[in-house]
Design a protein around this ligand. Structure first.
Ligand SMILES: C[S@@+](CC[C@H](N)C(=O)[O-])C[C@H]1O[C@@H](n2cnc3c(N)ncnc32)[C@H](O)[C@@H]1O
Length: 319
């Protein structure tokens, strides 16, 4: 990891907080505390008959026979989120963030598909590659480590995946650090369950396990093993949003968390997303995002201006 520290602490890893040291992984891995149904459906999902992958040779997004396109279309039709297609921005109403994350998971081609390079239904194919060249981590006094882009991107571009260990709720509650760094990927009675009754060709045993698995809670903990995305700070005016994206199948192990640009990003910009009101209210105290700092600055200027006016009025009256 190529992190830089400010002033005298530069490059002295001994001085880094434990949250800054982790093993980089490019896929989620199984961790502790997962429900039996989650473990079982991950195992069944590894069987070839339960993969969803295509043998297309051209662009899947125009091939009506493509298995991946069919699943992407089923998700779009049932849950309402547009397909993610490379080169086409994803249009999401910004006020709808929570709903997009939970209600509208997407489907894309995966590493087992034969289409690979040219396929526009495979926009996250190389998202985990060359991360040190794409991102920079710098440490600031107030927010700790911050993630910066080293590239320009248009709104709608997939920027990074958020990787780590898949763990159950018990693991999250045990340690406040784990709680603060983790993202929930499967919620109790997950909206994704609506898809399962519509998958006619799915193996029955697998489908039953999936129905149970998507009734439990699963989190991604990036603390011991993860990637750069775990350094993404909160902003009340963020430049990314989080999407759940299935890649190559529909087991919990195929579910990935992907950050998508919501506005144009320039090299040097800090990458941020909205942690949600609960987190901000409970853990951030004073939000140090640019928007809040700007608002506090303008409030302070207003108070100073008013005080100056009142003082000069009082002075005039005294004279
Ligand atoms: C997931 S970590 C992000 C990476 C973190 N900055 C670090 O150094 O490891 C979340 C923590 O970063 C800090 N943080 C993130 N966004 C912030 C913000 N807008 N204002 C203040 N602190 C923030 C808080 O301490 C928060 O609990």
């Amino acid at each position: 990891m190529t992190s830089s520290l400010g002033d005298s602490l530069r490059d002295r890893r001994l001085n880094w907080p434990s949250t800054a040291i982790f093993k980089t992984i490019s896929n989620n891995i199984d961790g502790e505390g997962l429900a039996q149904s989650v473990k079982q459906s991950i195992k069944l999902g590894l069987e070839q008959k339960n993969h969803i992958c295509c043998s297309c040779t051209g662009d899947c997004s125009t091939n009506e026979k493509c298995e991946c396109l069919k699943m992407a279309q089923l998700m779009e039709k049932t849950l309402g989120g547009e397909k993610i297609v490379r080169g086409q921005p994803i249009h999401n109403p910004p006020s709808d963030e929570k709903t997009i994350y939970w209600e509208k998971p997407r489907f894309v081609c995966g590493p087992r598909c034969s289409c690979r390079k040219d396929c526009s239904l495979n926009p996250i194919q190389s998202i985990d590659k060359n991360q040190p060249e794409k991102f920079e981590i710098l440490r600031t006094d107030q927010k700790g480590f911050c993630l910066y882009a080293k590239f320009d991107a248009v709104a709608g571009t997939p920027i990074a995946s958020f990787n780590g260990e898949m763990v159950g709720p018990r693991e999250i509650k045990k340690d406040m650090n784990v709680y603060q760094y983790s993202l929930q990927v499967i919620a109790n009675d997950d909206p994704f369950r609506k898809i399962l009754s519509k998958c006619k060709s799915m193996d029955h045993e697998y489908k039953d396990q999936l129905k149970k698995a998507y009734r439990s809670s699963v989190y991604i903990n990036p603390l011991k093993m993860g990637n750069f995305a775990r350094m993404t700070n909160h902003s009340c005016d963020p430049n990314m949003e989080v999407l759940r994206v299935f890649q190559g199948g529909v087991s919990p192990a195929d579910l990935r968390v992907v950050f998508i640009a919501t506005k144009a990003i320039k090299a040097g910009d800090e990458l941020t997303f909205n942690y949600g009101d609960d987190y901000v209210g409970q853990y951030l105290g004073t939000c140090l995002c640019d928007k809040c700092k700007e608002e506090r600055g303008s409030r302070k200027r207003k108070i100073e201006d008013t005080t100056r006016v009142l003082r000069s009025q009082a002075k005039r009256q005294c004279n």
